[in-house]
Design a protein around this ligand. Sequence first.
Ligand code: ADP
Length: 497
Amino acid sequence: MPLTVQLKTPLTGEYTQPTGLFINNEWVEGVDKKTFEVVNPTTEEVICSVSEATEKDVDIAVAAARKAFTGPWRHTITPLERGHILTKFADLLQANSELLSAVESLDNGKSINMARGDVQSVINCIRYYGGWADKVEGKTIPINHETFHYTRHEPVGVCGQIIPWNFPLLMLAWKIGPALATGNTVVLKTAEQTPLSALVLAKFIKDAGFPPGVLNIISGFGKVAGAAISSHMDIDKVAFTGSTAVGRTIMKAAASSNLKKVTLELGGKSPNIVFNDADIEAAISWVNFGIYYNHGQCCCAGSRVYVQEGIYDKFVEAFKKRAQENKVGDPFDEQTFQGPQVSQLQYDRIMGYIEEGKKEGATIAVGGERHGNKGYFIQPTIFTNVTSKMKIMQEEIFGPVVAVAKFKTEEDVIQMGNDSAYGLAAAVHTSNITTAIRVSNDLRAGTVWVNSYNMLSHALPFGGFGESGIGRELGEEALYNYTETKSVSIRLAGPIY
Ligand code: ADP
């Protein structure tokens, strides 16, 4: 099979789409020569086919990554040079940012403006970690006069990384940035729904100066290539973003293989709390953005909205109007805010939750139906009259569906906000700084936004309490998930035992 195909996007015209596996700085077919089809969620038509990695290809990629880890990447290239390679990679991505954004919209269905935002965040993240490469320092630790003690933060080794389809490029950047900055090598598997943008990005790996085997990118299915990564005996660490159910499977596989290190960024059911004294117009915009950004396909989506009773009716009326103003449609239309859901399966899951909400007695205030008659589009949907035990209040829907509930006191809303197995994110809208700080302190969530939502930064740690995951991505903290600390003690004097 040829390892490229000529495709078109409305933004860039014709471009060359790689379709192979990127292993050891080369494009290859899978050993079994398997392929799978990639579907455009806007048209429901097949875009192209790409190579599918099986266990055998994972083995080959891991062997390449192992060889790279024990070669120049570890022993010749300095941390400063590693940083330069990462920043050069960021420069190449910057020069091709319109193409990357267009391919992201084509494959994932996200609006072109959101895709552009993602790609800029990808570039910022890779640059940021390029800057860290020569700043991962140990300590000297004074214990006694007879021994000199110091610590080193050494790379963990070969890292397997498994990413989801909701932010195909951004999740890749969050994973490879800290892993490569700290000197690890990587075998990354993209989600089977959205392999295309990462393959375009892979075109620039060699030119950036990464030695062969340092960064390998493969397309494939979770149960085949994903499972092969999480149970591999020669992978030292697995990093995963996706559903809590798959996170558990990966952790079990890691435990029953070689006890590889595990970091997990999983689901959420995040509370978005609006107090009587909030700037109501601004709060409505943030609540709208909190849930409908990326079509609700966001692990930190503000899917449970709690509004204090004094403004509840006014808020719901204005929010209904705001949600109906979101432009749903063609991702390549510059005015579009919400494109299609990523796949038929996701569309069906979300519609299933909407039906469940109706059955459980919640009221549909807005939406609840398919949008248009082609593509996986769903109307922005608001449920009211909800109770905390309803499925739509407990389970992650991962779509443009929000539930709005009323609360009386601060104490009540903290209890309601924390009534979830998840703990990824939360937000508080108030004009009272002490309310903001008290409530932020009491919410069980890895990120709390005050008077905003979804304001992520490459420099701020991100991750979850409870069933939302293990470990943190981004910021300085992510570096320590990609290093092993070694303590070295050098005897200078004293007794010999
Ligand atoms: P979703 O249900 O939203 O598609 P998943 O958690 O299933 O999200 O998928 C996220 C990523 O995990 C994808 O790259 C997918 O291929 C991978 N994956 C799915 N199942 C497994 C598994 N059993 N082992 C390893 N990876 C998996």
